[in-house]
Write a protein that binds this ligand. Structure first.
Ligand code: GRF
Length: 232
């Protein structure tokens, strides 16, 4: 039997990315075992998703700690109960300090809803629309103390369409998040990722798959159904 990678997933809310990881774990596409889902909010819907999948859940409320550093230390202690080989930030909305990030160096992954380095931080869809870019998207990256600035593992482009609102754009970006996050985790679990000089190598080189391009998922007269899938 294949050895499964022990993973802890951190969330703060809806948990749709968590769900995409759970789904692929169940089909056997992802050779991982989610040892625990940890939320800083007791009302995060992702906790319900985890429980439905039989995954242990823990809540650590950041408001119970007098400082960011003390929360980070408690979070580390909690995560380390599960000895994870990978820690995944799936919509975890707290900034983690240097000690935390260094403790998990090389095994801490985040998904961000923009084509980094464009639009780090919050409100990425609004900012993309305001700035008038033609292409937006999502990035999975290793986390370093530089906020949203760590080495990029994979990205997916989503074209900005005429008449887009932040919500419509977010919806199409989210579909791509659900595709590339499990993919990046699978590559990691298969031991295919390396970081050299701040750049992520897949199978020892920078490969086209790391810049997956998505076609518009809404129907347009010129769109080809299934084109997005063909690129994988
Ligand atoms: C996603 O857009 C993710 O990129 C961002 O927060 C959102 C979380 O969504 N970091 P969900 O909780 O996975 O549904």
């Amino acid at each position: 039997m294949r050895r499964l990678l022990d993973v802890v997933v951190l969330i703060s809310g809806r948990g749709s990315n968590l769900q995409s990881i759970i789904d692929q774990t169940r089909t056997g596409a992802l050779p991982i075992q989610i040892r625990a889902v940890v939320s800083n909010r007791a009302d995060a819907y992702g906790l319900v998703r985890a429980q439905a999948a039989g995954v242990p859940t823990r809540v650590l409320d950041h408001r119970q700690f007098p400082s960011r550093g003390q929360f980070d230390q408690a979070l580390m202690a909690l995560i380390d109960e599960y000895s994870p080989q990978l820690v995944v930030l799936a919509g975890f909305m707290r900034i983690l300090g240097r000690d935390f990030v260094e403790h998990y160096a090389g095994r801490l992954m985040n998904i961000h809803p923009s084509l980094l380095p464009a639009f780090p931080g919050l409100h990425t869809h609004e900012r993309a629309l305001e700035s008038g870019v033609a292409q937006h998207g999502a990035s999975v990256h290793f986390v370093t103390p530089d906020l949203d600035g760590g080495p990029i593992i994979v990205q997916a482009e989503v074209p900005v369409l005429a008449g887009d609102t932040p919500d419509r754009l977010a919806e199409r970006v989210l579909k791509e998040e659900h595709r590339i996050f499990p993919l990046a985790i699978r590559w990691f679990a298969e031991g295919r990722l390396q970081v050299r000089a701040g750049q992520v190598l897949l199978d020892g080189e920078v490969r086209a798959e790391q810049g997956l391009v998505a076609r518009p998922v809404v129907a347009t007269p010129t769109s080809t159904p299934g084109a997005a899938q063909q690129r994988e």
